[in-house]
Design a protein around this ligand. Structure first.
Ligand SMILES: [Zn+2]
Length: 520
């Protein structure tokens, strides 16, 4: 539910914090995550309007998603199928019979003033997802730690529209002159994935939250059910956090931090709430059950509205829709088409490539798994594929503030460049210039090599002239080599490389220098 109209329960002007290590030494954190995923179906959940992101305001609307009198919803088979796919991939049971429910509340971006959702009869229940914690959190034997997060439910509902508050400085409703409403998003199919309370994380609660959302995002992407873009809001996360005194058997009062919109922010939001709630409890006060907003810039949370209880919504079975009873053979057909899931794929590739868990974590964190796999498929060695994507290209993506996968260079380009290096036609320095040319749109690696004249010079005639010049310019170094100090040849190689702007074949240059100055 939208919540920019806040009521400030428990506002503190200067929020006191307890240092993180101290907080988790005296309190046990308990977290829970509710993730909303916009499905990538062609149409909205209950009408034929396009479910595409953006568009001119109020152009993707019809009587059904505007809630006009007399219109009736018809569920999208694709949305139900996608939800079942998600449920099966999360090891859930799929209901043999369930219903949609009407969730009643007034808000201007919800045209019907109720949301069709699922309440006590969700489509998928009682599953789990194993998440791998980053290498720094490795177990005693150095292997990555795996943490099993229970899944309470996966249900299907419709999204709301969007309000825009105009004329104020903050974009919030407070101080705005007027508000506009865009119903393009209203009625888009939304899946809500709710974890069970995640106990036993101890100090790792923020890390587990981060790892869970990361794994869930990868899983959803592999299922092809959503583009899972947090920045466009197609994956949105609410994080519940509570503390109880260490060893206590009672759960503390939780807060719900809304719409945390990056993986890193999920971790920071839990971290901050632990520090804040520890200070509240230390002062002998009660944690207020409320929703809170996370602020990306400062890393803090501030109070939103006091949390509604389920009874506030007056849920009842949706009278405009018949119950949903997915046939078992359909569920089994969907199960049979599930792809290899990301954790299994990572384990398989790690083994096939002979790399460590930490190296696989680096590839994954760089968003390079598909790219590395495709580069290897295009003929590169795993070492070359990792080297180019994780170093030179990751640096350039970082400089450009872009995702690695959006760089204008293909895995086959990278494989071609690696092949030119291993054949001796390019050295690493020239290869970096080829990458620069490809990224600048100068063509394929071969075209860039030709246009920029970047081939390694290994032709003896050209190299001998440069070697002679280097010897003539540094007679003292030449004398040392003549006197038996062969290691000094490296100095002259450097001079030749500089004179040829890095294009000489360094090992051939060394041979030519030694042939000139020694008996070898
Ligand atoms: Zn519509």
């Amino acid at each position: 539910m939208p919540d920019s109209m806040g009521r400030g329960g428990g506002v503190r002007a200067n929020t006191a914090l307890v240092g993180y290590d101290e907080a988790v030494s005296r309190y046990d954190p308990l977290i829970g995550l509710e993730t909303h995923v916009e499905l990538g179906t062609t149409t909205k959940l209950f009408c034929g309007c396009p479910a595409t992101f953006g568009g001119e305001p109020n152009t993707h609307v019809c009587p059904v998603c505007l809630g006009l009198p007399g219109s009736l919803p018809v569920p999208s088979r694709a949305a139900i199928e996608y939800t079942i796919r998600i449920g099966l991939a999360l090891n859930c049971s799929i209901a043999e019979w369930c219903r949609f429910a009407r969730k009643n509340y007034f808000y201007p971006d919800m045209p019907k003033n109720f949301q069709i959702s699922q309440y006590d009869e969700p489509l998928c229940t009682n599953g789990w997802l194993d998440v791998v914690l980053d290498e720094s959190e490795a177990g005693a034997d150095g292997s990555p730690r795996t943490f099993r997060v229970g899944i309470e439910r996966v249900h299907l509902e419709e999204d709301t529209g969007k309000s825009q508050h105009m004329g104020g400085a903050t974009g919030r409703i407070h101080g705005a002159d007027y508000s506009l409403v865009d119903y393009n998003r209203a009625g888009i199919a939304l899946v809500e994935i709710v974890t069970k309370p995640v106990e036993g994380t101890g100090p790792l609660a923020p890390v587990v939250a981060h790892a869970y959302v990361t794994e869930l995002r990868d899983l959803l992407r592999s299922l092809g059910v959503s583009d899972v873009r947090m920045e466009e809001g197609s994956l949105r996360c609410d994080v519940n956090t509570s503390l109880s005194p260490s060893g206590s058997l009672r759960w503390g009062t939780r807060t719900e931090t809304k719409n945390v919109n990056s993986l890193r922010s999920v971790e920071r939001a839990v971290h901050y709430e632990i520090e804040r709630q520890a200070a509240v409890l230390d002062a002998g006060e009660r944690v207020v059950q409320e929703t809170r907003h996370f602020h990306e810039d400062s890393g803090i949370t501030t109070p939103g509205r006091s949390k509604e209880e389920a009874q506030d919504y007056r849920y009842f079975p949706e009278p405009d829709l018949v119950p949903l009873a997915p046939p078992r053979d359909w569920v089994e057909q969907i199960r049979a088409t599930l792809p290899e899931l990301p954790s299994a794929r990572r384990a398989r590739l790690q083994q096939a490539w002979g790399i460590t868990a930490a190296e696989m974590t680096n590839i994954r964190n760089a968003g390079a798994l598909d790219l590395v796999e495709q580069t290897i498929a295009a003929g590169a060695t795993q070492a070359d594929a990792r080297k180019w994507w994780l170093n030179e290209l990751a640096r350039r993506a970082n400089d450009a503030g872009a995702e690695l996968a959006t760089l204008p260079i293909t895995p086959s380009d990278v494989a071609a460049i690696a092949a030119l290096v291993s054949s001796g036609a390019l050295n690493d320095r020239l290869a970096r210039q080829v990458i620069e040319g490809v990224l600048a749109g100068e063509g394929t690696p071969d075209e860039v090599v030709a246009a920029r004249g970047l081939a390694v010079v290994s032709d003896d005639t050209a190299l001998n002239a440069a070697v002679d010049e280097a010897i003539a310019a540094h007679p003292d170094v030449a004398d040392k080599i003549r006197g038996g100090k062969v290691a000094a040849a490296a100095n002259l190689v450097g001079v030749v490389m500089k004179a040829t702007r890095g294009q000489a074949d360094a090992s051939r240059v060394r041979e030519l220098i030694l042939a000139r100055l020694t008996d070898s």
